[in-house]
Design a protein around this ligand. Sequence first.
Ligand SMILES: NC(=O)c1ccc[n+]([C@@H]2O[C@H](COP(=O)([O-])OP(=O)(O)OC[C@H]3O[C@@H](n4cnc5c(N)ncnc54)[C@H](OP(=O)(O)O)[C@@H]3O)[C@@H](O)[C@H]2O)c1
Length: 335
Amino acid sequence: MQAIQFSQFGFANLQQVELPEPSAGPGEVLVRIHAAALNYRDRLIIEGSYLPDLALPASPLSDGAGEVVEVGHGVTRWKVGDRVTTHYSSTWIAGRAQARHAAGKLGGPQPGVLRQIIAIDQQALVATPAYLDDVQAATLPIAALTAWNALEQCGASPGQTVLLQGTGGVSLFALQLARLRGARVIITSSDDTKLERARQLGAHDTINYRRTERWSVAVRELTAGIGADVVLEMGGSHTLAQSLASVRHGGNIAVIGFLAGTGNGPDVARALVSTQARLQGISVGHRESFEAMLCAMTLARIKPVVDRCYGMEELAAAFSHMGSAENFGKVVIRL
Ligand SMILES: NC(=O)c1ccc[n+]([C@@H]2O[C@H](COP(=O)([O-])OP(=O)(O)OC[C@H]3O[C@@H](n4cnc5c(N)ncnc54)[C@H](OP(=O)(O)O)[C@@H]3O)[C@@H](O)[C@H]2O)c1
């Protein structure tokens, strides 16, 4: 059985290795992985800047889709031949987030999915919707569920305005899912071609954040001075000031990413007191939410935007493409 591992941090240390086929322990299934998708956190983990204490060797990537090939003793959720997709926060099944759920994350600290056959707890999987192929399904566990959960937590509802930063994986799912909720979408990007593609996907208004550095002013203009009801914060502390200036009184900001880096942030207290806005931290979502999202996506036949597929041995090239900002949509490894 083939797998990708790294025994030291850094992309130069990625290796394709032959491993014995795992066996399914009690409550576990063996899944033949057909596709695995890349996320920003995977890059940070391989570089060693996130989870620096991760036990090595480690196998990367959290998001995979494939087929059950063996079931262990006591497995009731799956049978051989079922098509399944991994659930990232594997022990968070429902209810409120708990600190202990951090230990159950696939692709660090739990083993990743970039291997031909994985042994995985039966609870850490969802059924793959029949209308999606495995490449499409592999894009869902982190990016789509984060977008879904952020919109849910912020109460995005019909007629409201949702502001999205950049056209990364989370934002593109948020665009599609916000439209599903009947919301108006304003999206920013550094690239006009991507903004045109976002319009084709259903964005109502677009702003080039390179040309329009004070994009919060443009958001106010587009909303008759009111501001966006919901903002998905992707940049982190460097963009938060503009998110606070973009959100309407009593609106919601979902704090998701830190693409623009970490460091000194704005005077949050003052801005929150004057706008009475709410900041909501988001960490992907639980399995029940994942399953609800899959139902909604299936009814609306929402297709993930896949940018490009690579082979297993091309992982470093796939990450380089994802980091180049040339991609529009998810980058996937086909096994
Ligand atoms: N909290 C959570 O649960 C959670 C879950 C998933 C991801 N995240 C985090 O959310 C962020 C986005 O993840 P992703 O998977 O969507 O990443 P991604 O696909 O790698 O996003 C890349 C895109 O982000 C945009 N971007 C980069 N810098 C930006 C900036 N300063 N302002 C606005 N947009 C910017 C660019 O869009 P354009 O090319 O259009 O300019 C770029 O192409 C990351 O920080 C990730 O770690 C958090």
